[in-house]
Structures are given as structure tokens and as C-alpha cells.
Design a protein around this ligand. Structure first.
Ligand code: TRP
Length: 459
């Protein structure tokens, strides 16, 4: 199977269009909702350090690999991997790596949409002053009231799936570009404002900063190291083909190295700002950093409920958060839709309808896991907990491992060097060492550590 010169789905109009779209994919609930709560649950500083190391040593090289595979293959992840494997004289079984990514997309978006729905529900709540002068207990019971009502959660989840489908139907290059260009910077400014607000908490701010940046390694377990690594994949949208499919619309001339570094820095910056805004509030209000997935929905409203103009800023914040989640959600469906269109001859519209309907149905599991299905557990996790763990901590790192092996070992050096076009110099070899050895070995060690394999070997 020869690979096309251009994607049938069109191209980005410029390098910036790709950077914006990929940043739109990367920056989302992962940065603002998930990063603070997993950091809180895993003890703070040491966890953050491992996460940052994973971004630098695994995330950036794997992102470069995904973009390069996508741009060279010019199709959906399954076909790109298949045609590149053929071209390099490797097994066609590599297409299954793309298949696992498509499956991960279904799973992730199913719960992502429910959390995005909760953020949407917070727009009217903040706007109409529901949180005015709210206490920590009050904020927590408002959130509980929302999630314990399956009908309300379902309605917001449905709305989020509809707006996601609306963009994907039109093709991601149109529309997405403009919205990201304005809304991302706005979100960034609002976050900086929130950090400014948090800085006024005095001693609590200092505690928040220490919590985020003082590494106490005694708090780190094998499982938290896995969660930190899994989160690095999740937050950069890596390991399932989202960035790969965006790469397939990337014009030839763009430097893959520059765009990957830019995206990673912006994404990490947003996460750290979110942490700096939220932890001081946690400490100033005597709340628990390890409160779990409800953390931002219980802390931020307290700030909005007490600041001047809080209704406006609060509603704006949740609106921008929904936009950030929207551009991420789109990137989770795009690989699925591109695959259905290319391989199963569906129109873009029908493919989008089919994919989003299945995801919507799957989302019911998450909707119910906060209320009537709270007790439906497996391995001590609810359906939502299980979907999150399986995707972020297992499927994405496994996908990343295989992507690294494919780009590092299956593709010829001449092919990857040509695609990366960073010359055959130091930078190329730096990437090659990271993708061939550092990333795969690090991922394998984290997996082995988790299964207790390393303990057995030590004996
Ligand atoms: N990175 C997004 C966030 O942080 C979520 C996301 C979008 C994603 N596309 C993805 C996660 C692909 C994993 C894989 O919110």
C-alpha cells in the first residue's frame, strides 16, 4: 500500500494552525482538572518531579515520533502504521497499534465528556451567584448535588457530545483553528489571575508552593510513579494517535522538533499554573489535597464566591475550560472518524454520528459511577475509575512504548532523519537515543516496578 502525498482530509493552513490545534488537544481537563487532583492524591512535589521528568524524557520524543509517523503516513493511525511498516519491510501487524489507539479514544472520551459536562454545568451556577460567599462544605454539597443526579449529568454529557460531534462533522481544520487562537490565551490569562488571587492567601500560598515543588520521595509509591507517567501521556494527548492524526495534516516544511517542544512547554505551563491556583485555596480553606476528581469543583468556586466580580470571572473560567475540553474532545474522536472514513467508506458525517453515539452510550457507565452505580466496582474501582486507570496508566504508556519502538527501531534512520529534518547532527542523535533507549526502558521499568517484578529480581 503506497502512502499518499497529502491527507484526503486536507491540511493545516500553516505551522501555527497545527501548533494551535495540537495545543488545543493537549490543554484540557487533563491540565486543570486532573493534574491538581492526581498531584493531591499522590503527595505533591515528588510526584510533580516525576511527571516533569516524564514529559521531558518520554513525552517530547514520543510526540516527535507520533507527528513524524503521522506526517509520513498521511492517513489515520491504523493505515499510516500499516503503510510505513510495509515501506520499511516490517510486519503489517503494526497496524494493531493504531487499532489500540482508536479503542483508547472511545474509552477516554466516554468519561472525559462527563467531566466536561460537569464543567459546563458550572457556567450557569457561577454566573447566577450560586457560590456567593460559599463555605467549603457548601461548595462540596453543591457539587455532590450535581453528580448524584444521573439525569442532570446525562443531560450535560449529551450536550458536550453534541458540540464535539458538530465540529468533527465539519472537519477539524475548519473552525478549530480560530477558536483556539483566541480562547487559549484567554484561559491562560484567567489562570494567571487566579494565581494572583491565590497569592493573596499569604501563608497558604507558601504552603501550596511547597506542596507542589518540595519533593518528598517517601510519599512516592510504584503506583504513583505509574500515574505520573500515565498522566504525562494523557496531558500531552500521546499514545493513542491523536497527535499522529493531527500530524498527518501537517505541511511538509514544518520543524517537528520545534512544534513538539512548543506544545509541551505550553501544556506544562498551564498545568503548573492550575496547581498554583488550586493548592493555596485547598490549604487556606482547610480542605484535603487528596479529595480526588471533585477537587477543582470544590475549591475554585470558593475563590469565585469571594472575589469581586466572581460571578463573571467564574462563569468565564468554566466557559474557557469547556472550550479547552472541547478542543481536546475533538482530537479524541478524529482518529476514529478518519479511520471510519478511510477504511469503511463512511461519509464524515455518518462516521461522526456513529462514533459519538457509541461514545455517548459508553459514557453512561461514568455518569452512573457517581450515583446509582457507585457500588458497581471491580478491583475496588468504579466504572469511571477503571476506565481512567486502564486508559491513562496502561493503554497510553503501552501505546507510547510501541510508538517509540516503531519509530526508533522499525523505521530506517534515513527515514526518520529525513522526516524530522533536524539534520544528522547532535539533535537527531539526541532524539534517537531518547526514542530507542531512554523512553522504552523507562516505560518498561515503570511497568515492571508496578507488577512487583523488580522486587522479585532484587531478592
Ligand atoms: N490531553 C487532553 C487533556 O489534557 C486530553 C486528550 C485529548 C487526550 N486527546 C487525547 C488524552 C489523546 C490522551 C490521548 O485534557
Amino acid at each position: 500500500m503506497a502512502r499518499p502525498v497529502k491527507s484526503i482530509h486536507g491540511e493545516w493552513t500553516s505551522r501555527w494552525a497545527f501548533i494551535l490545534a495540537a495545543t488545543g488537544s493537549a490543554v484540557g481537563l487533563g491540565n486543570i482538572w486532573k493534574f491538581p487532583y492526581v498531584t493531591g492524591e499522590n503527595g505533591g512535589g515528588a510526584f510533580v518531579l516525576v511527571y516533569l521528568l516524564c514529559i521531558a524524557a518520554i513525552g517530547i520524543p514520543v510526540m516527535m515520533a507520533e507527528v513524524l509517523i503521522g506526517r509520513r503516513g498521511r492517513q489515520n493511525p491504523i493505515n499510516s502504521l500499516k503503510s510505513l511498516a510495509e515501506e520499511e519491510g516490517r510486519s503489517r501487524l503494526w497496524r494493531w497499534l493504531g487499532g489500540m489507539g482508536v479503542l483508547a479514544g472511545f474509552f477516554i472520551l466516554s468519561y472525559y465528556s462527563v467531566i466536561a459536562g460537569q464543567s459546563m454545568a458550572y457556567i450557569p451556577r457561577t454566573l447566577f451567584g450560586v457560590f456567593e460567599g460559599v463555605t467549603p462544605d457548601g461548595a462540596s454539597s453543591i457539587h455532590t448535588a450535581l453528580v448524584s443526579d444521573p439525569e442532570r449529568l446525562l443531560a450535560w454529557h449529551t450536550l458536550f457530545m453534541l458540540i464535539t460531534a458538530a465540529v468533527v462533522t465539519r472537519g477539524v481544520q475548519r473552525g478549530l483553528e480560530k477558536s483556539v487562537r483566541v480562547l487559549m490565551p484567554a484561559l491562560f490569562i484567567l489562570l494567571v489571575m487566579l494565581v494572583g488571587y491565590a497569592a493573596n492567601t499569604g501563608e497558604a500560598f507558601t504552603r501550596g508552593v511547597h506542596f507542589l515543588f518540595d519533593a518528598d520521595f517517601s510519599k512516592l509509591t510504584a503506583n504513583s510513579v505509574l500515574i505520573a507517567m500515565g498522566h504525562a501521556f494523557f496531558t500531552l494527548s500521546l499514545g493513542m494517535g491523536a497527535i499522529m492524526v493531527y500530524g498527518s495534516y501537517l505541511p511538509r516544511k514544518t520543524s517537528i522538533f520545534k512544534v513538539s517542544v512548543t506544545i509541551s512547554i505550553m501544556d506544562t505551563g498551564v498545568a503548573l499554573l492550575a496547581g498554583l491556583a488550586i493548592f493555596p485555596l485547598v490549604f487556606a480553606n482547610g480542605m484535603e489535597p487528596g479529595a480526588g476528581p471533585s477537587l477543582i469543583f470544590e475549591t475554585l468556586p470558593i475563590a469565585f464566591g469571594h472575589m469581586p466580580g466572581g460571578e463573571f470571572f467564574g462563569a468565564l473560567f468554566f466557559l474557557l475550560l469547556v472550550f479547552a475540553a472541547w478542543s481536546s474532545g475533538i482530537s479524541l474522536v478524529e482518529p476514529i472518524v478518519a479511520w471510519m472514513v478511510e477504511n469503511h467508506n463512511l461519509s464524515r458525517r455518518n462516521a461522526t454520528m456513529l462514533a459519538t453515539s457509541v461514545i455517548w452510550l459508553l459514557g453512561l457507565l461514568t455518569v452512573f459511577s457517581f450515583n446509582i452505580g457507585q457500588d458497581w466496582t471491580l478491583f475496588g474501582k468504579t466504572a469511571f475509575g477503571l476506565l481512567d486507570y486502564l486508559t491513562a496508566n496502561i493503554m497510553l504508556p503501552l501505546g507510547g512504548l510501541l510508538i517509540a519502538l516503531f519509530a526508533g527501531w522499525m523505521m530506517k534512520k534515513s527515514s526518520t532523519a529525513e522526516e524530522l529534518a533536524i539534520g544528522n547532527g547532535v539533535l537527531y542523535y539526541f532524539w534517537l537515543i531518547l526514542i530507542r533507549f531512554v523512553s522504552p526502558v523507562a516505560i518498561l521499568i515503570v511497568f515492571a516496578n508496578l507488577t512487583g517484578l523488580l522486587d522479585i529480581l532484587n531478592k
